[in-house]
Structures are given as C-alpha cells and as structure tokens.
Design a protein around this ligand. Sequence first.
Ligand SMILES: *Cc1c(COP(=O)(O)O)cnc(C)c1O
Length: 814
Amino acid sequence: MANTDTAQDAAALRAAIVRKLTYDMGKSRSGARDRDWFLATALAVRDRVIDRWLEATRAAYAHGEKQVYYLSLEFLVGRLLRDNVSNLGLVETLREALAPLGVDFDAVRQAEPDAALGNGGLGRLAACFMESLASLAIPAFGYGIRYEHGLFRQILREGWQHEYPEDWLQFGNPWEFARPEISHDIGFGGSVEAVRVSEDEMRHVWHPGETVQAVAYDTPVVGWRGEHVNTLRLWSARALDPLKLEAFNFGDHVGALADRMRQEAISKVLYPSDESPAGQELRLRQEYFFTSAALQDLVRRHLRVYGDLRSLPDKVAIQLNDTHPAIAVAELMRICVDLHAIPWDEAWAITRGSISYTNHTLLPEALESWAVPLMERLLPRHMQIIYLINAHHLDSVRAAHAGDVRLLSSVSLIEEGHGRRVRMGHLAFVGSHKVNGVSALHSDLLKRTVFRDFHAITPDRITNKTNGITFRRWLQQSNPGLTGLLVEAVGPAVLNDAARLEGLIPLADDAGFRDRFAAVKRANKEAMAALIRQQLDLRVDPAAMFDVQIKRIHEYKRQLLNILETVALYDAIRSQPHLDWAPRVKIFAGKAAASYHRAKLIIKLAHDVARVVNGDPTVRDRLKVAFLPNYNVSLAEMIVPAADLSEQISTAGMEASGTGNMKLGLNGALTIGTLDGANVEMLEHVGADNIFIFGLTTEEVEARRHDGSHGAAAVQASPRLGEVLEAVESGVFSPDDAGRYREMMASIRGHDYFMVGADFDSYFEAQRRADARWQDSGAWWRSAVLNTARMGWFSSDRTIAEYASEIWDVPIKR
Ligand SMILES: *Cc1c(COP(=O)(O)O)cnc(C)c1O
C-alpha cells in the first residue's frame, strides 16, 4: 500500500531522475533506453547518499575513531543499484517513481554492468566485508585497483571456453567520484643512495627510475538502512605529466607515448588467475602500486589529524587480504624509517601494531614469491628493507633456537634453492600482529602445514576468522520471496539480526509452513528454468531437483567428480528405466583461468555429457545437464535462490573456506559435501541429518597420497567407476574426437592427486541418499527449512565483529 509519504518521495525521486537524464546526460525521455534510465537512476540515488557519507567521514575524525583499511587486489562487487536502493529502504519508492515513466525497475537494474574486479571467492569476500563494515558502522576504507577491464567474459562455443574482454566502464560508472586532486607518486626501479646524517646515522634515499601516479576514484559503500556510509577507494594509474615524459625522451613523442601506455597499463586489466600464481612483472607492479598508494594515503590522513606516526597502531588497522598487498610491511617501514626518520625498532612496532594478514590458501602453487633479482630491479629499497627485516627476524629465532639450521631456513623470508625468492607469506606473517585463516579447518591446517614452524615460534599469532556473506545481498535482495516469508514467520527484526533466523526452527515441523517455503523455491526455479531455456534452448522441469555446482572451475573443486557421477547416474537410469528415479537438473557455471587447459577440458566434458544426456529420450525429464556461461555475481544471484542441492565437493584439505556453500545453504539448499573448509562448520550448525557428507577426510587424503598406486586401487574397487571411465575414455561422449579425454581419465587411474576415484563410490552413495530424501518431500523441506534457520552464524556481520574485537580492536556501536 502506497502511503502518502512514499508517494511524495516517489514523485521527488522521479523528478530527480528525469533531471539527471535531461541535464546531466542530455537525453530526452522518449529516446532514453534502459541503460540511460539506469544511469539517471543511479545518479539520483547517489545524491541521497552523499550527505550521510560526508557526515560519517567527518565524524570518524572528530571522534578520533580507529579506522579500518582493507587492502585487497580484488573486489568482486557485482551490481550496486539494488544493493544501494535496498539498504536505503527505497525499493518500493523507486518502483513507484519509475512506473509512471513507463520504466520497469527490474529492466533498469539489469542494465547495470557487473563490477567484476575479482576472480572469485577472495574478491567476493572483500565486497561482502565492505558491506558489513558499513552496516556495523565501523569507519573503514577499502583500497584496491580500478581495473579498466575486469574478469573476462566467458563465451562457450561447442563447449570450449573463449575469453572476451570485459568493458564495464564503457558507458561510465555513475557510482564513483573521480578525485584527480587525490593522487600519490608511486616509484619503481632506480637506485638507493646512502647519506650520512650524523656520526652514527645513515639515511637512505630512494631515487626511483620511474614514477607513476595513483589517482583516487571513490565509491560510497552504503550500510544497511543507510545509516553509515564508508568509502571504497580504487586507484587508477596515470602517467606522470606527459610533457615531462616527452622531455625525458628528448622530444621523442612516440617514445613518450609508449612510456605512458606502459605506465597506465598498471590499472588496465585484472589478472584472471585464481588459486595460481601470476608470475609477471606487471602483477608485482600492480601489487606495489595500490599498496603504496593506500599506505601513503592513510599516512597522510593520519598525520593531518593526529600529527604523529607513533599513534598509528592506535588509530589504524590495516588488513591484508592475502599476500597480494604483503609488500605493505616493507613499504610502511620505508615510510617510517626513510621518510620520517623513525628509528628502526620503533618503526617495526608501528608496522606490526597496525598490520594483520589473512591467508587464503594452502596450495603450494598459489603461495606468492618473487625472484630476488626482479625485486632488486623494481623495488631496490624494499629489497634492502626485507633483508634487514629478515636479519632481525632470524637473529631473534637464532637466539631462542640456537643451532637449528632447518628452522632458520624454513622461517627465512628468502627461499634459497634454484634462484632466490622472497616469500610473501612469510613477509606478511612476520610483519603482522595477527594472522588468520578463513575457516576452523583451514586455520588449523595453517598451524600444521605452511606456517608450522612460525606457529611453534609465535603460538599466539595465528587465529581463525571463518568467512561469512552479507545477508543483505545474498538473501534479502536476491531472494525477496523467501525474505517476505521469513519476515512474516519470525518478524522484521530478522532483517537486522541474522541470529533471528533460528526462530524458524520450530516451523520446520509445520507442514503448512514447509509448503509455503517450497512454493517460494518453486517460483525461483521457474524463473531459473526460463533463463536456462533462453540461454541454452533447453527445457527443464522446475519440479525436478536443481542440483547446483557454481564456482571457478578447478581440479580441487572437482567438477569432474560431479560430471562422472552424472555419467554413472545416466547409465543407471538407462539400465533400469522402470525404477522411480528422483528427477534432477544438474546445473553448472564457472570460469576457467585462460591458461588452465585441464579446467577448460572439464568444461568441454560437461558440455559433451550434456549433449548426450539431454538428447536421450530414454532418460526424459529424469536427468538434464545445463552449463550456463559467464558465471558472475549477477548470475549467482539468479541461481542461488533456485538451488535445491549445493555441491561443495572439494578434495578435503584444499578449499580454504568457500562462501558459495553459505549462500546456497542460507537459501534453503541442502549441501552435499566433503569435510572441507567451512563445510565442517556448516555440518556443526545445520546438523548431520540435514547435510550429505561423504568422502575422505584431510588426514585420509594425506595418507593416501603417499600410496603411489591408490588411483588404480580405487578403480579396481569400483566397477561403477570403471565403467564410467571406460565410456569417457573410449569416446562415447566425444565421437568427433574419441581420444579427447583419454589423458584426463588416465590421471584418475594414476596419481589422482585430487582423489576423484577414491571418493567416487562414497559420493555416488551420498547422491542416492539425497535422492531418497527428495522422494520424501516432507523430510526434504524440513531439512531445507532447517538449513536456512541455522545459517545465521555465517553472516559476514559475525565475521567482521570478530575481526573488530579480536584483531583490529575497534568497537562496534551497532
Ligand atoms: C560466492 C562467489 C564465489 C565463491 O564461490 P565458492 O563456491 O566459495 O568458490 C565465486 N564467484 C562468485 C561470482 C561468487 O558470487
């Protein structure tokens, strides 16, 4: 019901939108398209944020509040219109504002491009954290890079992935404010001069060979109910004065332009690598570029307000999202020692007191390190500082553990061996007062594996902060049907406090409520079925179980296990077509890193299996396979509310946390998963009866890997797996190229590092348990309701509150 206040506000908003369209964009109403309406609407909505934004920023300094700085090379934000409008409480007002103009809010919403400035979970976590920081009214800045091109667009042709450039800024970004006046000089290369300043004191002066400017672009981050607004400050590279460059090149216009291009390349494109190193000089330049800009920025702000760097740890908490900004440790030391003449030990206390570090992976191939010669060439002063930090660090280790040569080489910041390298994880560890993993299991494994020796030396350093997701985006906005039902069932306070979801627990036994819960899911699935039909020209039955695996394609995430189980199920249905099979739609989405050939082949296999299965009349509606292209935040927002079964089937010990698992569980999907990452904590929360756990544990995986013939043994032990492998490797699904999958299948018979064979039977059996639950619809929906009811703990508000009290030492007012 539109009350008069809403009606008045809608009229005011409508007038503002039309003004933006007319006077800021120079367009007439009649000629405006959805994209134009989006821009006009976003500009009008942004106006409603500014006063509170400026006020929040001012208040933080006026009250001397501690500021959180979240440094992340990635922010996987997605669209912002609905997020902002919803947090401002303007959804209905905006619908009413647009309707008389003949404009549909949902069409406008979908005209917004995704800000895809991240690869996957790590970048999405940073975006969820920014939203929760604002919602908890913690003064915070996010610092990152304003990539001109975000994560590539994925096109599938005959099942092969092709990467196309993404161009989110093509029509302008209405949310950001360019701040050309806020810039910092970022140096690279050159030399270091040692200057004697007194009898026993040297100062080091870095003369960079090259300087690039980092220019600020600010996006306001609106918290829940619009009460607090923080800043996401992304840096763009600008070549220093082009005229100077030209003079430097002695009138060589073309050379000057080439230099300029090279410098500005720093913020051109996001590295499309996930869980694998991007060992390129440009990557190191990106990392130093944004880290140095962030530190210069926060130091300048701190000095302006407080006048002295010694109070930095009291007023500033710097969180490093993985090791990408780990050079911050050396950069902050340089700023203190070289630029502000602070004695080394004091500078070290300032640095360690301010910085903390989040580890995101145990995969050895994903642990960042940089060759010493590259560091010496690109960041000569930082390399000196790292050597000095290392000398102090090794001295103190030696003092406590004399003669332990193995320990010293294991905790050294420099990896000796074929080519010396700087270990960025080690640098981040020694430069931080706290180091955290992102799930209980992961933090535990950090202590036992990559940081084992560090943990022995500093047992209080490592702590756990299990990841979370923002419920505003992943429930309230993406699933309005379920949100409405929850508000009705347990009251509107659930919108403010995720713990209120527990009020649903008794309703799991209420058949009437379960029916309404199922009806919401059904409506979401119908929308999803329409999207599958539109994108893939494939009809799926919304009454079937929607079995969903959406995430980056990676061998450790084991999409291959899911596809091979699909083949086994297909064979089983065909051999016993008279049985009462639980109908399923297997839904996949995800991108493979451009150079990751095995991952691309897995996508191709999903496509090949889909072609055969979907075209086979004997299975009819009992099995369909759909691979949706170009997975991103907006596609996730469509799929998550429509999922019945959530596939979280990584090899135990390899997924640090996962957050997709949380999104799907929150929206009432039952999880089929291994004891990996945050699945372990999900099991504790939702209860063993409401989740399908299978497979080897981390310890069992470790033990098996020592046995060189375990792959062959697993195939030997499972006739079902044997048949599936034979079918795939003999070309049943790839008649155009019978040998396409031979090598991939051979690896399962061989090393099988990811335990696809070892977990196959256990997984197949867990899937049949899921089938049985599905057939008992009362039991299924009871479990589904209990999943939603017991996921409150996985809110990123809880995660951020833990960081605030246990790592940052900042109070929470809300
Ligand atoms: C949540 C999310 C992820 C992370 O998913 P996982 O299943 O935890 O790997 C990756 N990409 C997008 C677009 C997401 O929304």
